[in-house]
Design a protein around this ligand. Structure first.
Ligand code: DP6
Length: 329
C-alpha cells in the first residue's frame, strides 16, 4: 500500500475499528461544469486545477455494508467474483480503512443511474462507499475529511458527498489536507440537466490515463490549469447571480477546452464519436435558433445538456431520448 495514502488514513482513523451491525449511504452522481483534468499528485489524486460540479439528485449509488465471515461484493443485486476489477477496487479502498484489522464485510452496491443514461458511476460509488464506512464504524468524521478520503478513491468522488453545486479547491499542501470539496449554498430550482447517451461502450482510455497522457504530451496543457481556475470562478459567480447564460456558456467553453487539450496530445486522444460532434452541432444550432441550451462532455462520448425548466418540452422535442434530471428535487 502506498505510504502516503496510509499516513493520511492513519491520521484520521482510530487504531481499532468497531463495526455496527450495518452501515449504509447514498451519494449522488455529479457532472463537472468546470472540469478536473490533470493531477499534480497521482497517489493522492491531487489536481492541477480546482473544479465545480452539479449533482444529479436521485441518480447515484447506494451502498450497504455488513460484518460477515468473509468479504463478498455484489453490484445491482448480482454477486461478483473477488477478482473482477470492480470488486478489487472496492476491497482495496476498504483496506485503506481496515489496515491490518481482520473485518470481513458483505458489500452491496446499487446504482440508481440507469445504464441507459451513459454516466460513469465511480464518483458516486466511492463517495457512497466512504459514507457507508463512516456509518458502519461510527467514525463521525468531518464532511471535508470524508471528501478527501473519497478523493483518494477517485478525484471526482470528492464532489459527490453533497447535493447541488459543489466546488473542489485544488489546494496547495503536499499532503492534500486543503484539497477538499465543499458545497455552494444555492438552490437553483429551475436549472435542469439533460443526459444524452450516445454510446454504452466501455471507454478506451481511463480518465487517469487520459489526464496523464495529456499533461505529459499536449502543448495546450500548459494553459489549461489557469483557464480552468478562471472558468471555475466565473461559474461560481454565475451561480450566485443565477445567470443561466453565463453558467452555460462558461461550462460549454470549459468542456471544449478540456477536450482540445486532449486532441492536441501526441498522439492525439479523443473520447468524441461522430455522434458526439453531430450533437455539439445540434446544440449550437438549437441555440442559434433561440433555444437556451448549453452542453458539457466528460471523458466519454456522451453529451450533457444544461437548460431551464421552462424549456423542457422544447428540449425533449429537439433532443430525442434525452433523460431529464432536476438536480434540486
Ligand atoms: C472528465 O475522477 O474519474 O469527468 O481521479 O483518476 O479517478 P480519477 O479521475 P476521475 O476524472 C473525472 C474527469 C472528468 C472531469 C470531472 O469530473 O471533473
Amino acid at each position: 500500500m502506498n505510504e502516503r495514502k496510509a499516513q493520511f488514513f492513519n491520521a484520521h482513523l482510530p487504531n481499532t475499528l468497531q463495526p455496527n451491525s450495518c452501515g449504509e449511504a447514498f451519494a449522488p452522481s455529479n457532472i463537472a461544469l468546470a472540469k478536473y483534468w490533470g493531477k499534480r499528485d497521482y497517489e493522492l489524486n491531487l489536481p492541477t486545477n480546482g473544479s465545480l460540479s452539479i449533482s444529479l439528485g436521485t441518480l447515484g449509488t447506494r451502498t450497504t455494508l455488513k460484518p460477515a465471515d468473509k468479504d463478498s461484493v455484489s453490484l445491482n443485486g448480482k454477486s461478483l467474483s473477488l477478482d473482477t476489477p470492480f470488486a478489487q477496487k472496492v476491497i482495496a479502498f476498504i483496506d485503506l480503512f481496515r489496515r491490518s484489522q481482520p473485518l470481513p464485510l458483505t458489500i452491496e452496491t446499487h446504482n440508481t443511474i440507469p445504464t441507459a443514461a451513459g454516466l460513469a458511476s465511480s464518483a458516486s460509488g466511492f463517495a457512497a462507499l466512504t459514507l457507508a464506512i463512516n456509518d458502519l464504524f461510527n467514525l463521525d468524521l468531518a464532511q471535508t475529511t470524508l471528501s478527501a478520503m473519497a478523493r483518494i478513491g477517485s478525484g471526482s468522488a470528492s464532489r459527490s458527498l453533497w447535493h447541488g453545486f459543489v466546488q473542489w479547491d485544488k489546494g496547495e499542501q503536499t499532503d492534500g489536507s486543503d484539497s477538499i470539496a465543499q458545497p455552494i449554498a444555492s438552490n437553483w430550482r429551475d436549472l435542469r440537466v439533460g443526459l444524452l447517451a450516445l454510446s454504452h461502450a466501455e471507454k478506451h482510455t481511463t480518465s487517469r490515463d487520459g489526464m496523464t497522457h495529456t499533461a505529459e504530451t499536449s502543448p495546450l496543457f500548459s494553459v489549461w490549469p489557469a483557464q480552468a481556475e478562471r472558468d471555475k470562478a466565473q461559474i461560481h459567480q454565475a451561480i450566485v447571480n443565477q445567470d443561466f447564460h453565463e453558467l452555460g456558456a462558461t461550462a460549454e467553453a470549459n468542456a471544449l477546452a478540456m477536450h482540445a487539450t486532449m486532441l492536441a496530445a501526441r498522439p492525439s486522444l479523443t473520447y468524441f464519436l461522430p455522434e458526439t460532434l453531430a450533437t455539439i452541432a445540434a446544440v449550437q444550432k438549437a441555440r442559434a435558433d433561440g433555444l437556451p441550451v448549453y452542453l458539457t462532455i466528460d471523458a466519454g462520448p456522451n453529451v450533457k445538456l444544461l437548460y431551464l425548466a421552462k424549456d423542457e418540452a422544447d428540449i425533449r422535442h429537439t433532443f430525442a431520448g434525452v433523460a431529464c434530471v432536476n438536480p434540486f428535487q
